[in-house]
Design a protein around this ligand. Structure first.
Ligand code: ADP
Length: 496
């Protein structure tokens, strides 16, 4: 491998690494886990700080409690006897100290040292008679302070709680018990708690992060599936694929359902487009074939002018057919793709129907009678251009498929407060099987194909249906073969 190739490979790998890094940073799982880690750490630090504060005060309270109870109990364990004979000398463990003109008896239950509290007996001048005191020497000069616990700090920085209590009884006047407890005990206990936390907190934190990561990943699984399905669909052409909606969280199953709904619509419109394209090309193929055929025939050899004229008139007819077909297709597509180009406004439907009938009556239709029964003052919310187009299509069909010397009736009425615009003829009619299909694009009933030479692309009624859809209404038909048909434009209630 030469140097340039190697450099390209290395830069390719580092580029991919960068992309992965960015993708990872942008991943929801990473972000949620990261934020949770941050929040948990802050929370733990705060909890620990609060805990430390509370525990210090609780510990101090406990230590003070120990100190008070040790000293108070010890005051009851000292007695004074003038007469040695009256002393309780049954207990050989008791301690006897000569004091003034008698004896001090220190019970063997005297708590010299318990829970780190060390107690000692003093005379008021500071001489220690009995007991233990870790800082007796430094406190030698400290006078006694009655009835409160106080702090004492030695020059080397050690801190203590101290409690002095005067003994009761006339004979023991001037005697004190001093209890001393080092604050080291409190610090040691907090230190213990801190050390234990230092082991448990990171373990808990890590466990929390791991659980969050797995849960978030698991919860986002459907999103991944949606993404995979979307990529598969965009890579291939299988629009029929759907996301399986299992037992996922409500929000995500809603998302999956919405996505599937969108795919349904996409698939339907894609199929419709495909059908439209294939139908359109099928419809164009026939006139095109006729044109080519006539042209080839005309050019094959020298022909009579009459033959050329016949060929050209066939070509012209087929050309017009194609022109009409293309115009209808363009109109239809424009309307379907951009319904917003046809805004709906309040309009006088009676006037619209009347003027359309008048215009249509001007088109010479041999031996057909076009009459109108129009209820005046009927208004609706609609698009003038589209509604005119719909009515024209229906009248046009009535002319195409009506019988010679037949009658066409356009009627506008309100029935049960519903606006209905209808076009009736007494023509060839439509058989029951064809009736549901005539509104499909490019569909033409066989009877009309075989009937007199009527040109039609099969788009007129589908356009009428689309127009009524845009208006929130419907189109329907009643027909009997051989007797005639009536097409109804039914407007929605809110258009009254
Ligand atoms: P086109 O008229 O161009 O063929 P349309 O979509 O307007 O297309 O109509 C579809 C089919 O419905 C027609 O081919 C015809 O078979 C039938 N049709 C429509 N209107 C009438 C009618 N008034 N009487 C009988 N058949 C009709």
């Amino acid at each position: 491998m030469n140097g340039r190739k190697c450099a390209a490979l290395v830069s390719g790998i580092s580029e991919r690494g960068k992309k992965l890094k960015i993708k990872f940073r942008k991943s929801i799982t990473f972000r949620i886990t990261g934020w949770l880690f941050l929040v948990m750490t802050v929370l733990m630090i705060m909890t620990f700080a609060v805990f430390r504060l509370v525990s210090v005060s609780v510990l101090q309270k406990t230590i003070r409690g120990y100190l008070l109870s040790s000293v108070n109990e010890n005051t009851n364990r000292i007695a004074f006897y003038q007469d040695k004979a009256r002393m309780d000398d049954n207990d050989l463990n008791d301690v006897y100290i000569r004091y003034k003109d008698g004896w001090l008896e220190i019970d063997d239950d005297f708590l010299d040292e318990i829970n780190d509290v060390q107690s000692a007996l003093y005379t008021s001048d500071g001489t220690m008679l009995y007991g233990k005191n870790p800082i007796a020497r430094v406190m030698e000069k400290e006078s006694f302070t009655a009835s409160r616990v106080y702090r004492y700090e030695t020059s080397d920085g050690n801190r203590y709680f101290v409690y002095d209590r005067k003994l009761n009884g006339a004979a023991m006047q001037g005697l004190w018990i001093r209890g001393v407890v080092p604050l080291r005990a409190e610090e040691r206990q907090i230190g213990d708690i801190f050390r234990t936390s230092m082991i448990f907190v990171p373990v808990l934190l890590l466990a929390g992060i791991a659980v969050t990561y797995v849960t978030v990943r698991q919860s986002l699984m459907p999103v991944r599936r949606i993404e995979q399905t979307a990529s598969e669909i965009s890579r291939g052409t299988d629009l029929a694929r759907r996301i399986e909606i299992g037992e996922v969280d409500a929000e995500l199953s809603d998302l999956a359902e919405a996505f599937n709904g969108m795919l349904d619509r996409l698939e339907r419109s894609f199929e419709a487009e495909q059908r439209f394209t294939s139908d359109a090309s099928h419809e164009l193929r026939t006139p095109m074939a006729v044109i080519l055929n006539q042209t080839e025939l005309a050019l094959e050899k020298d022909r009579q002018p009459e033959e050329y004229r016949r060929a050209l008139s066939v070509i012209l007819r087929q050309g017009r057919r194609m022109q009409a077909l293309i115009a209808s297709m363009l109109d239809y597509t424009r309307m379907e793709m951009r319904p917003e180009n046809y805004p709906l406004t309040d309009l006088d439907l009676s006037e619209l129907a009347d003027s359309t009938v008048r215009d249509m009556a001007l088109i010479p239709t041999p031996s057909m009678t076009l009459t109108a029964e129009i209820q005046p003052g009927v208004r609706t919310c609609g698009n003038r251009l589209l509604l005119e187009r719909a009515l024209q299509n229906l009248i046009d069909n009535a002319c195409k498929y009506g019988k010679e010397e037949g009658n066409i009736l356009v009627r506008l009425e309100t029935r049960d407060k519903k606006v209905i615009l209808s076009v009736s003829d007494d023509g060839i009619g439509i058989c029951a099987e064809d009736q549901p299909r005539i509104f499909e694009r490019f569909y033409r009933a066989d009877s009309s194909r075989s009937s007199r030479n009527v040109f039609g692309a099969g788009l007129g009624l589908s356009m009428v249906r689309k127009i009524m859809e845009i208006h929130g209404g419907t189109v329907s038909v009643e027909s009997l073969p051989g007797e005639g048909s009536t097409f109804y434009l039914n407007f929605p209630d809110n258009n009254r």
